[in-house]
Design a binder for this molecule. Sequence first.
Ligand code: CA
Length: 716
Amino acid sequence: MRLLPAVAALAACTVLGADAADADRASGWVDAAALTGVAASANDWLTTGHDYADTRFSALTAIDAGNVSRLRLAWSYDLDTHRGQEATPVEVDGVLYTTSAWSKVYAFDARSGRLLWHFDPQVPGRVAVHACCDVVNRGVALWQGRVYVATLDGRLIALDARTGHPVWSVMTVDPKRPYTVTGAPLAVNGRIIIGNAGAEFGVRGYVSAYDAASGHLLWRFYTIPGDPARGFESALLERAASTWSGQWWKDGGGATVWNSFSYDPQLDLLYFGTGNVQPWGRKPSGEPADSLLSASIIAVHASSGEYAWHYQATPGDIWDYDSTQNLALASLEIGGRPRQVIMQASKNGFFYVLDRTNGQLISAQPFVPVTWAQGVDPKSGRPRVNPEARYDRTGKVWVGQPGAGGAHNWQPMSYSPLTALVYIPAQEMPFPFLADAGFKRTTLAPNMGIDQAATSLPPDPQVKAQALAGLKGYLLAWDPLAQRVRWRAEHPGPWNGGVLTTAGNLVFQGTAAGELVAYRASDGARLWSFATQTGVIAAPMTYAIAGRQYVTVMAGWGGVFPLVSGELAFKSGRLPNRSRVLSFALDGTAKLPDAPATSASAGHPAGAAGSEPTAPTVRVDPVAAAQGARVYARHCGYCHGDAAVSGGLTPDLRYTPALANPALFRAIVNDGALESQGMVAFRGELDAQSQDAVRAYLIQRAHQSASARPAPQAAR
Ligand code: CA
């Protein structure tokens, strides 16, 4: 831990006398009484999920279904990154705190949008190569005058809420391992809770609690067992080890806790979900057993980190069905008595209602079409898996629905106690699973064990049309008691924004197609929309100052879908990333600058991909191109897009000037000339012949796409 002397002195003076304490209360003062609702102000938004129950429901009513048509932009702020914006801001005492891509932190006057301070943790660009799903960050935690952010490279940093100056910084992961952190921390009784990501790259998942005042590690809960030769940290992990096969510990195994937390103050239980195992289909290291505690919902005692219970939604997961979607707590009347429940719309397509005191399954039903399982056995709680979904056994391609993108991903759902409905950003993204017969682990690409070259989208227009037709996105109003849909609102495609509900009978959701939309919560009537000039994936939030209510959202297209899906991402939207904070109020008078026409050249910075094909008109050796296609799919596609079609976040390599300049291509790919933007040197992974083959493949793709239009794109 590093304590910064000047700031330590500053922090020290805030505890001198009552005046200083009062001053604290006007700058980010959030404590247990506020967070548990004892002294909560309905005007504020204190955690990324609004409350410990992660309902994302606000009791504010100044904006309602009757007047939302008067909602206008009140202020906006242009961010200096052009990657996915996934944070939900928090607000207290008139100050809005949020993060952008690359883990940068901002504090704004919540009324005017005036920037109060800005903190850039200077995340090294090279870390991007280990971020499976974009260089995103989902927000901060507030606790007693400090703002806590976890950075992409694994640090947890405490900032003075008044100044943004760092008070302490700790490294929460082994920096020699390919960990990343994208989730927001949660503050619980003086503890800052944080997880991590990186399953596909070879890490061991865990959750840590740090002392909010000092940054000292208080406890750590591992979600999978480590090397048996080194002994197990707990009896639970010893038991879990019997559900694994192969030598899972050698590459870390996964089961990372990469998203959000919920907390029940009465039970002192902290809830979180774990992700997938790496590689997805576990051959050749062994048949997938249950692999506890992957793809599970887990409860631990927040004060000690001791295990309370778990529910494994997808035992022996081979489909990337993380259980990391946000967990909403509620009291529901079931069988004539109130039950304290925890609810999740899982990536695997089932909506789970569990008793949160003991993890007992109450009900589980599909909220989208589901083909991997016929249902969930109510007694055992286990899914009834369809044999054809076991692509690791059949050796055949299996097009799964949900796919690896999930029926619901990190984009948060919201629960409204007024309508007793859950509002889910749902999607259908069928995905072709095919085990990679020649799978070898690597360090500079995700290890999924999937043959991405064989399942890459072919140029055949009929196949393309079929794949595009299967992609769907909609906002689902779901009744968790009846386990059935009440209404749904269609979007052009998947990967839309998280959800906010309010007591004004409103649901707010941004879309991939570039709108923020308000619906009537009770029946789904579309009441209002705003053109955001970019896709919105983050969830909106709301707060009120002096009776005036604001609705605020981070706009900025990105995340894993546009990063890896190539042409399929265009189904949802084709707007460039224009990263901004957008804040709305009734009769607001702010205006966005006119969006430049989305031409082929929009947003292309000098030195990145251009808009005109620059590939040399040379004859491509088909053998080299075929080899290059396999190398590209394994090593390059997860950032630059399937079949070398960029979704707009990273350079479209069909158009890079480096294709015509072998020395430049080598400087970038072999030597890492663009490392500051995340493009590290691949010389340790790919020999010169493989690099040449990739270049041949890209030239071939450029020739095939000579008439295509690249997605508009910007840098870092
Ligand atoms: Ca995953």
